[in-house]
Design a protein around this ligand. Structure first.
Ligand SMILES: CC(=O)N[C@@H](CCC[C@H](N)C(=O)O)C(=O)O
Length: 376
């Protein structure tokens, strides 16, 4: 039977972060752990680099789903931790290592002590991109075991361990990736008039983009346009022929996403004329907003209020994205923030979540799923 504790499991997983749909070692680690559990107490299916694990209930009338994402990020870790990432330029900087160890903890508990209903644990690849939730929802593997309700958590560095933050309705934003390619004409640094300099064009465009949120979005609405990567040029005395920008757009409604993109495309048309260049826009993958089902959320809030040593925060929506939004669009349920108290935030190379949150979350979720016995 299982000897490792879930903090050790988190540390093992922290060492092997992998990008979306490349989570081969992660999948193997999860399978190795799960197949050490009593075989007659679960069923396991692989889906791409993810997994579906069903724990049969004692008298099932529905399937309760719980989802953990499993991918890491392209970040060079700078935590200085003894169990730091062994994969150069990759890091679990969004807490998916904690998400997985918590899911394994809850799974282990219910393999030993099932509830009435079936439980389905979903280990989903590629949350950071290009998105695993939608193709998983379309898969026959998930459709054969489709849950009737579904839940997930995300670590929150800004809250203390012991805190759960949640709200009914909109929790996370609509997202769209943004990839822009500029094509002009390179040449000698001393002859700019014979070139079409794409460093100047791309830089100007980045500053122009700022006007969309400040001048075109209703101040009472919210939107974010972030350019996280800019690449151009080869050496100091050559004018760059091409430039690329990579970013993301966040809005609080699908309607605002559409209008931000319309405005962005108008700016692109203007840039093509001003800089006499070609510009291509690719929106990459887009995520549906995370919208918490009001009834399930209310019941969860009531459940937490009735228990001790659990601090509840009714939070505001955030401009983070999550492809779990696709699951919540189809299946009622909710996502919540789990306090992990790190001085550095999500997607930071020094993110250090407090591991005390792992046992807290396992106990919270096992109590919660047990409280669903006999309820509809
Ligand atoms: C919780 C979290 O940080 N999620 C990511 C999701 C990224 C979606 C996509 N790659 C994009 O950037 O639009 C986030 O950055 O919010």
């Amino acid at each position: 039977m299982i000897a490792k504790d879930f903090k050790t499991i988190r540390r093992d997983l922290h060492k092997i972060p992998e990008l979306g749909f490349q989570e081969f070692k992660t999948q193997k680690y999860l399978i190795d752990y799960i197949t050490d559990l009593p075989a007659h107490r679960y069923q396991l299916k692989k889906w791409k680099t993810g997994l579906l694990v069903k724990v049969p209930g004692t008298n099932p009338s529905r399937v309760i789903g719980y989802r953990s994402d499993i991918d890491g990020l392209p970040i060079k870790e700078e935590t200085g931790l003894e169990f730091h990432s062994t994969h150069e330029g990759r890091m679990h900087a969004c807490g998916h290592d904690l998400h997985m160890s918590i899911a394994l903890g809850v799974l282990t508990h219910f393999v030993q002590s099932p509830i009435e209903d079936d439980l389905l644990f979903i280990f989903q690849p590629a949350e950071e991109g290009p998105g695993g939730a939608q193709p998983m929802l379309d898969s026959s593997e998930l459709n054969e075991w489709m849950p009737d309700a579904i839940f997930a958590l995300h670590i929150a560095p800004e809250y203390e361990v012991g805190t759960v933050a949640i709200k009914e309705g909109l929790l996370f934003a609509n997202t769209s990736e943004l990839f822009i390619t500029f094509k002009g004409k390179g040449g000698h640094a001393a002859y700019p008039h014979q070139t079409k300099d794409m460093i100047v064009a791309a830089s100007y465009f980045v500053t122009q983009l700022q006007s969309i949120v400040s001048r075109n979005v209703d101040p009472l609405d919210s939107a974010v346009i972030t350019i996280g990567k800019m690449e151009s040029g080869t050496v100091q005395n050559i004018i760059a022929e091409t430039a690329t920008l990579e970013g993301t757009i966040r809005t609080l409604s699908p309607k605002s996403m559409k209008s931000v993109k319309t405005r962005l495309e108008a700016l692109v048309e203007g840039m093509k004329i001003s800089y006499d260049c070609d510009i291509e826009v690719d929106y990459g993958s887009m995520y549906q907003q995370v919208y918490n089902d009001p009834k399930w959320t209310k019941d969860f809030v009531t459940f937490i209020e009735k228990t001790e040593n659990r601090n509840l925060v009714i939070c505001k929506e955030a401009m983070t994205g999550e492809d779990f939004g696709y699951m919540l669009e189809k299946i009622p349920g909710f996502m919540f923030w789990l306090g992990v108290n790190s001085p550095y935030g999500l997607h930071h190379s020094k993110l250090v979540p407090d591991e005390g949150a792992i046992d807290f979350a396992i106990s919270l979720l096992t109590d919660y799923f047990e409280s669903l016995n006999g309820k509809n």
